[in-house]
Design a protein around this ligand. Structure first.
Ligand SMILES: [Zn+2]
Length: 299
């Protein structure tokens, strides 16, 4: 029997007034339903009764996607590559601006297939990359000669040894949310920057799609942040948010994926249109962007 993790105490504020907010479906793998709950005391949302660490692996995508990422045939793949390169360069720029350093020590948690970590090494940074998936680590090694380590490597990291720690759409997957929050503080130098990108369920696209919003991504996404709950998480672990940066391109991707999951006709066009509306809205209100990058520094 698989074990489910039932949470009755809010990991952000410690409150015990949690109730069901919506039910979302795992469209990616199993079509199973999972409940998203809200904390009445602080507004934090979490996925309830998720499979434990031994069971969650089967909900993650098979490594098929890795082989697709390198073809450049077809318009969609070309667009994807252009968008990815834009995003990678933008992320690298955020690291140098947030730290005020052209080069330094970077810890990239959940480094995946290694594109970002590789770019940062090209920019002259010394990168420690940590990734749970063996297939993704192997890809990074073969394509970039990038050595990434499994999560046991967390135990070998020295205090105050990094100028920057990055989690690009990773924090929402980490079961040990608060233990990791404390570790980020320990590993980071006093002047260092912690960059966390996560989906934003107060975004225009999230409000449009409701329970069908693809970025609920249950049960893989355990935690669902907003600017307010990220501020609480930051302060709980000795950080303050010094900047919030919108990731408006994510709105296109998430909207198209939501349309696909809803099996709408012309899902590409409808998703593009809703992504465009979300993008325009994020121009005027960055806190309505589909995903946000939070730049944190020590208090
Ligand atoms: Zn709470």
């Amino acid at each position: 029997m698989s074990e489910k993790i039932h949470i009755d105490c809010c990991p952000i504020c410690g409150g015990r007034n949690l109730h069901q907010a919506l039910t979302a479906i795992d469209h990616l793998k199993t079509q199973e339903s999972f409940e998203v709950w809200t904390c009445d005391d602080c507004g934090f949302k979490l996925t309830q009764d998720v499979p434990d660490e031994k069971e969650i692996g089967k909900y993650y995508e098979s490594p098929d996607y890795i082989s697709h990422t390198d073809t450049e045939q077809g318009l969609m793949n070309k667009l994807y590559h252009v968008a990815r390169n834009m995003m990678l360069t933008a992320k690298a720029g955020h690291v140098t601006r947030a730290t005020g350093l052209r080069q330094g020590w970077l810890l990239d948690i959940g480094s995946g297939t290694g594109y970002f970590a590789h770019l940062m090494t090209e920019w002259g940074w010394t990168v420690r990359a940590i990734e749970r998936s063996a297939e993704a680590r192997q890809f990074a090694q073969q394509h970039f000669g990038l050595k990434s380590d499994d999560v046991e490597a967390f135990n070998t990291l020295q205090d105050k040894s990094f100028d920057c720690i990055t989690l690009w759409h990773v924090l929402e997957h980490l079961q040990q949310l608060n233990i990791m929050g404390d570790k980020f503080y320990r590993w980071l130098k006093d002047e260092g920057a912690l960059l966390i990108a996560v989906p934003n369920h107060l975004s225009t696209d999230a409000r449009h799609y409701g329970a069908e919003w693809a970025a609920w991504d249950v049960p893989r996404h355990l935690w669902h942040f907003t600017p307010d709950t990220m501020k609480r998480f930051a302060e709980k672990h000795g950080f303050k948010i010094i900047k919030i940066i919108p990731m408006p391109l994510d709105g296109f991707y998430v909207s198209m994926l939501s349309e696909q999951y809803m099996k709408h006709k012309m899902s590409f066009l409808r998703g593009f249109w809703n992504g465009l509306k979300a993008w325009v809205s994020a121009w005027f209100h960055k806190e309505r962007s589909s995903s946000l990058i939070y730049v944190l520094k020590k208090q």
